[in-house]
Design a protein around this ligand. Structure first.
Ligand SMILES: Cc1ncc(COP(=O)(O)O)c(C=O)c1O
Length: 540
């Protein structure tokens, strides 16, 4: 009896595997929406069935609630704290670091408790290659509902008509979303134009150096960057138009990682149209601001809009691709096939659960208030720096970030980043327009998304701005004490020296902690539960 069952199982498994071979990546791409594979065709469905009738489950069912086993699986029921104190300690240290510090990295944010719960949920167990209603694997009834809910919420959060726009919510990240969009829209070696990396564009928009194709987007496609005007720091649309005429891109990409102003989508559309190019927006940095309608709307004119979900949108780490459905009848199929199977495998369903929660939040009036405050805070912080006479690229900010040019005061981005790190202010060195060396960027980027998630307002930006001013003065003092312009000498006096600079830095660090810890930390409802872990030295 057992031998017969085993034989039948093995035969079914073989035939199911056989049936799966031709339905691999490339052939599925041709017919993804034709309906799901029958569950019983799939080996997983068969093995699930077999597990269900196993003796363990039968006895558990007859005895009532199954008990936690005391066998080789017992670790599956042990909490992280109990099972892995090493990792638990690192989580506590990171929580403490985030609580004590000021997060000014413009690409980061602090997500919610609900998003973290969904992201850490049991959806992580499930494979669901394909789309709702058309999966490789069985058991996806709840995953299908989840992905449909997430898609609906994505369209609703960005105020889109489902007859005109569709969305794929499976990209693992912003970079993967961008590459999948290229894969859907153009052929290898076709031409793309994006904002230059040194001018605030992203790596995935075709970045290359004289000697190296840096990103897959420049390895598999021909790319020509456009730039900002050196005197204003604003996108040079005239030069872009001229170069587009010569280069004839198939995709014109807008969107950036370090651009403090909004985009002229109508102008970009006209330039794309003049060359018959697609217009693609990578709104990764500003998607939360777009959802809240405090930035211009790329959906009015773009063909494809990609985003990350973890920056101003404040969700888990992932990506989304929005596409126009009404212009080209096969666009939906091309985008969906480009994500899976061309660029990815099974979606991360736990992440999609987190995205769905974040999108529900992004559609709330409170999110509009948040996004408005992000921009107000960015302007307020920019004002403090300008009042101190510092140079900001474009002389201010209309979104969540400012680009601070340190060259006029004789500092590099690396040095200010180092000093800030040592006093619990996190920001990043960044190229500023006209930088000759990409290795030694002349500025830093400061963003207000995370600070605003900690409920800081304009008055708090005044305090943060003064901290930054003191950090600059300390950096200049340390540079003097170092006796050289080298970063290693600078770091030595900042971390081991006995001069005035290091003393001032320690004082500033203490004040930053006192200020930061007076604000709540998203995800931790009771901040009094955040304790300094024993191995922490009181700093990071
Ligand atoms: C404009 C832009 N696009 C894409 C990405 C890539 O996102 P991810 O890190 O999720 O791949 C970033 C990341 O910073 C970005 O700034």
């Amino acid at each position: 009896m057992i031998r017969t069952a085993q034989k039948t199982f093995t035969a079914s498994l073989r035939s199911a595997s056989k049936q799966r071979i031709p339905i691999s990546a490339s052939s599925l791409a041709l017919r993804p929406a034709k309906g799901a594979l029958a569950q019983q065709e799939h080996p997983t469905a068969i093995s699930n069935k077999r597990t269900f009738t196993s003796s363990r489950m039968v006895s558990a069912a007859s005895n009532g609630t199954p008990q936690v086993p005391n066998d080789f699986n017992k670790d599956l029921y042990t909490s992280l704290k109990e099972y892995d104190p090493e990792v638990q300690k690192l989580i506590e240290l990171e929580t403490y670091r985030q609580f004590c510090g000021l997060e000014l990295i413009a690409s980061e944010n602090l997500t919610s408790l609900a998003v973290m719960e969904a992201n850490g949920s049991i959806f992580t167990n499930k494979y669901s290659e394909g789309l709702p209603g058309a999966r490789y694997y069985g058991g996806n009834e709840h995953v299908d509902t989840l992905e449909n809910l997430c898609r609906d919420r994505a369209l609703a959060a960005f105020h889109l008509d489902p007859k005109i726009w569709g969305v794929n919510v499976q990209p693992y990240a912003g970079s993967t979303a961008n590459f999948a969009a290229f894969t859907a829209l153009i052929q290898p070696q076709d031409r793309i134009m994006g904002l230059a990396l040194a001018d605030g564009g992203h790596l995935t928009h075709g970045a290359y150096t004289p000697k190296r194709k840096i990103s897959a987007s420049s390895i598999y496609f021909q790319s020509l960057p456009y730039e900002v005007d050196r005197s204003t720091g604003l996108i040079d649309y005239n030069a872009l138009e001229k170069n587009a005429k010569l280069f004839k891109p198939r995709i014109l990409i807008c969107g950036a990682s370090a651009y403090p102003r909004d985009w002229d989508y109508k102008r970009l559309r006209a330039i794309a149209d003049s060359q018959g190019a697609y217009l693609m927006m990578d709104m990764a940095h500003i998607s939360g601001l777009v959802a809240a309608q405090v930035q211009n709307d790329p959906f009015e004119v773009c063909d494809v809009v990609c985003t990350t979900t973890h920056k101003t949108l404040r969700g888990p780490r992932a990506g989304l691709i929005f596409f126009r459905k009404d212009k080209e009848s096969d666009m939906e199929t091309r985008i969906n096939n480009a994500v899976f199977p061309a660029c990815q495998g099974g979606p991360h369903n736990n992440t999609i659960a987190g995205i769905a929660v974040a999108l529900k939040q992004a559609a709330e009036p409170s999110f509009k208030a948040y996004a408005t405050q992000v921009v107000n805070n960015s302007r307020a912080l920019a004002d403090v720096l300008l009042e101190h006479g510092y140079a900001l690229q474009t002389k201010g900010s209309d979104n969540h970030l400012s680009l601070w040019d340190l060259r006029p005061i004789g500092l590099t981005g690396s040095k200010l980043e180092k000093v800030c790190d040592l006093c619990h202010i996190t920001l990043n060195k960044n190229a500023v327009s006209g930088d000759t060396s990409a290795v030694v960027p002349g500025g830093v980027r400061v963003g207000t998304s995370a600070l605003t998630s900690r409920s800081m307002l304009e008055k708090d930006m005044k305090v943060v701005g003064e901290f930054l001013h003191r950090a600059v003065e300390i950096a200049l003092q340390l540079q003097k004490e170092a006796g050289s312009k080298l970063l290693k000498d600078f770091t030595r006096v900042a971390t081991e020296g006995d001069g005035k600079g290091r003393q001032l830095l320690a004082e500033l660090g203490k004040e930053v902690i006192a200020f930061s810890t007076s604000f709540p930390l998203p995800g931790i409802p009771d901040a009094s539960t955040i304790v300094q872990p024993s191995t922490s030295n009181g700093t990071h």
